[in-house]
Structures are given as structure tokens and as C-alpha cells.
Ligand binder design. Sequence first.
Ligand code: 5GP
Ligand code: ZN
Length: 114
Amino acid sequence: MERNCLFCKIVAGEIPGSFVYRDDEIVAIEDVNPQAPTHLLIIPVEHAANLSRFVEAAPPALVAKLFGVVGRLGSELGLEEYRAVVNTGPAGGQTVGHLHVHLLAGRQMHWPPG
Ligand code: 5GP
Ligand code: ZN
């Protein structure tokens, strides 16, 4: 656990989160400021600052599992159409420095993203 990391604190239960999935390695919570009718954040339990750091440090099976959970949650929630996004670094739009995959659904998405 990384001190002063918001998502480490949510995973540890120090800050409340609305969990929709949880196992020893991956959690999914509802985004506190949803940008679509469904807006989940799929988060590895172990701290990784961003996607690049995660793929350097995590076993490949965990990298695969993270995206497996994204797709499975989509199926289990009955979402045929959605957007999965990983903002990476400030210029990529990342504001919380603990890797998370956004799962957004329930409205028309647009391209290019802002
Ligand atoms: P990023 O901008 O890093 O890609 O995404 C961070 C996301 O975390 C944002 O969508 C933001 O709404 C969400 N967020 C920020 N603080 C909290 C919080 O305390 N709880 C939850 N559930 N989501 C948060
Ligand atoms: Zn963290």
C-alpha cells in the first residue's frame, strides 16, 4: 500500500467506496463523479502508478486478469456496448496515480475523446 494514495485507501477500507466486485487482486468500484449512467473503476489491489508501471511489475497473468474482469463485468452487467479507458499520465488525463480502468456505458460515446 502506498501512503497518500486515494485508491490504496479505498481498497484498504480507510475511505469508503461502493464496491461492485472484489477479490484478492482486483476490485471494481463506482466512480464518485460518474461521466455516464454506468461508470466503474477497475483497480488492481497492489499499487501501480499507471499502466506502464503495472505491466513492468505485475505478472502477465494479472495484466490479463485485469482486462478479463473489465470484460466480464461488462457481460455480467448486461452491457453490450461500452467504453474502457486507461488514462495515463497528466497529459493522458490521469488524475489519480493508481492504475484504474474506466468502464463507461449507457450513453453514446464520442470520438475523438476530449
Ligand atoms: P483519472 O482522471 O485518473 O483517469 O480517473 C480518476 C477517477 O477517479 C475520476 O473519474 C474521479 O471521478 C474518480 N474519483 C476521484 N476521487 C474518487 C473517490 O474518492 N472515490 C471514487 N469512487 N472515485 C473517485
Ligand atoms: Zn495506490
